[in-house]
Design a binder for this molecule. Structure first.
Ligand code: FAD
Length: 547
């Protein structure tokens, strides 16, 4: 198994490497000339010979290596031998072809924003491709042509069908701005938009819209993909469909996404955003499930977004991801939390525009009437559509300014079958979480409908019509992240012992057996697809599935 290095060891190694590199002169070559003795065991001393042009583009200076050896999780460090900053798609293709054609192939990881938690975008001893470099080159050349909005007439529905073509390196925030400028928008989002299209499509891309629109992977019409043999293929449900379904939710194993065609709809302009509080988990989940059910939605335009958050004794009912509750209400809300230990906060949103302006309040009243939330604890905001979707960004900026963004993030994201969510509440929220009392983070819990996911795609989800996503989005200090990790292990162990068939989202496993269990009936197929599309097991080694 690949070796992992604790952060302190890593820093020592990197400092030694940097020292040696600066001693031999600021090398831009891709081998650690002169530093081989100091490399961690397992790292090749250099890459096989590469075409000159490509070799010139590889960076092995300590800053580049340091950057590519870290991610948002700040928990593991895996040093690549070099970093490629491609200026064009051809650079990516050449790199993969060079590895594939070599008798000593090296691993390659596409890195979007590196917002992974456990080194998934790293390439220990291989090459990391900084996908954002494509974006920078396009911007420097004032080339916004990589994001193209198009409309075609669909004779079947007799309506225009809209879509946008974007690079795999594009940030979702840019997709939002560039499509809404034209009155259109994708329908499925993540909570946070400073993530790349390639990165989220490799996982699934989920948020409060997923119950209604499916995850982001359900809203892709076509992809361009560089496979592990260096071939650039266009794929869709009707063309190279096996590659298309493998790549979506495929954790980067089958190809590098260089273009995605994403479905668009007319963009609303405003959002009614509501939070209400529950003391009883049964009432909370019953209402969540009612609100996401098809029947409920048929009654009106329906909700566009639904999530849920746990409020535990954290000093403020708000969190960095959103300042929502009026400050004057904080004391009252905290009083509730103190009294009940946990308060469950249901969060919903309905989009509207000028045409719908006069109906939105009435529709919401009808939809939310008769729910079991605590009377007197409903709070509403009316915000622009763009601000709603970009709601996490102000919190990020604030944490950045306080130096609290680049800290360890021992996150755990799970999908929990609906039939066991109550047991999960009893065993995890009310027991492990309250007992450990280390919840300096956010805990999300909200349901989604399985019929909005496409089982032909690689993403692994529970085998029930409704399942919940539960996200433990914790931030810790550099010296105490193990405590959070320990809690994560307790949670997983509890589920195993209680027979709760969870699936990890943004998964992290160490053994092949665990991966086989994770993918379940899809596993054999995925192994065959790996052999077909990445036979030398070059791509995304940081996921540690086939390496
Ligand atoms: P990276 O971390 O750089 O890469 C992730 C994986 O994808 C790696 O294996 C990498 O090799 C591979 N990869 C990257 N680019 C490509 C490509 N072009 N082609 C093929 N493979 C590629 N996720 C959600 O679903 N919903 C959320 O609401 C959400 N909120 C988040 C909030 C924050 C603050 C953070 C840090 C993360 C959040 N995530 C969320 C998780 C996020 O979707 C994943 O971490 C995703 O992988 C991040 O994208 P990235 O561009 O940083 O990818």
């Amino acid at each position: 198994m690949e070796e992992r290095y604790p952060i302190s060891t890593y820093f020592i190694i990197v400092s030694i490497i940097s020292g040696v590199i600066s001693a031999v002169g600021k090398s831009k070559s891709y081998s650690y000339s002169g530093s081989a003795n100091f490399l961690p065991p397992g790292l090749p001393k250099s890459l096989p010979p590469l075409p000159n042009l490509l070799a010139d583009m590889l960076n092995s200076d300590s800053d580049s290596i340091h950057f590519a050896s870290s991610d948002f999780g700040n928990i593991v460090r895996h040093a690549p031998v070099a970093v490629l900053r491609p200026s064009s798609l051809n650079d990516v293709i050449s790199l993969v072809k060079s590895s594939y054609g070599s008798s000593t192939p090296f691993t390659i990881a596409a890195r979007g924003c590196g917002h992974s938690i456990r080194g998934q975008a790293m390439a220990h001893g291989g090459v990391v491709v900084e996908m954002l470099s494509l974006r920078e080159h396009a911007m420097n050349n004032n080339n916004r042509g990589r994001t193209v909005v198009s409309s075609v007439y669909d004779s079947h529905t007799q309506k225009n069908r809209h879509y946008v073509d974007v690079g795999g390196d594009t940030l979702w925030i840019d997709v939002l701005h560039e499509t809404t400028e034209q009155g259109l928008t994708p329908v499925s989002w993540t909570d946070y938009l400073y993530l790349t299209v390639g990165g989220t499509l490799s996982n699934a891309g989920i948020s409060g819209q997923t119950f209604r629109t499916g995850p982001q992977i359900s809203n892709v019409q076509e992809l361009d993909v560089v496979t592990g043999t260096g071939e650039l293929l266009t794929c869709s449900p009707s063309n190279n469909s096996e590659l298309f379904y493998a790549v979506l939710g495929g954790l980067g194993q089958f190809g590098i996404i260089t273009r995605a065609r994403i479905a668009l709809e007319p963009a609303p302009t405003r959002v009614k955003w509501i939070r209400m509080l529950y003391k009883d988990f049964g009432d909370f989940t019953r209402d969540q499930e009612r609100l996401i059910s098809d029947n409920r939605r048929k009654q009106s335009k329906g909700l566009n977004y639904l999530e849920g958050i746990l409020l535990v004794n954290q000093g403020s009912p708000d969190n960095w991801r959103s300042s929502f509750f009026p400050p004057s209400e904080h004391a009252r809300i905290l009083g509730l939390v103190k009294k009940h230990g946990i308060i469950y906060c249901l969060e919903v949103a309905m989009y509207y525009d000028d045409h719908y302006h006069d109906y939105v309040d009435k529709d919401l009243e009808d939809l939310l009437g008769g729910l079991g939330d605590i009377p007197g604890f409903r709070f509403t905001k009316d915000v622009s559509y763009v601000d709603f979707l970009n709601r996490v960004r102000p919190g990020e900026i604030q944490l950045q300014s306080q130096g609290l963004w680049d800290v360890p993030h021992p996150w755990l994201n799970l999908f929990v079958p609906r039939s066991r969510i109550s047991d999960f509440n009893d065993g995890v929220f009310k027991n492990i979480v309250l007992r450990n009392n280390i919840t300096t983070g956010i805990i999300l819990v909200y349901p989604m409908n399985r019929n909005k996911w496409d089982d032909r795609m690689s993403a692994a989800i529970p085998d029930e019509e409704v399942f919940y996503t539960v996200g433990f989005l914790q931030a810790s200090g550099f010296h105490d992240w193990q405590e959070f990790d320990q809690q994560n292990r307790q949670i997983i162990q509890f589920c195993e012992e209680a027979g709760i068939s969870i699936k990890q989202y943004l998964p992290h496993y160490r053994t092949r057996e665990d991966w086989a269990k994770h993918f379940g009936v899809k596993w054999c197929n995925l192994c065959q697809q790996k052999t077909q599309f990445d036979p030398k097991k070059i791509l995304s080694p940081g996921q540690m599935i086939f390496s």
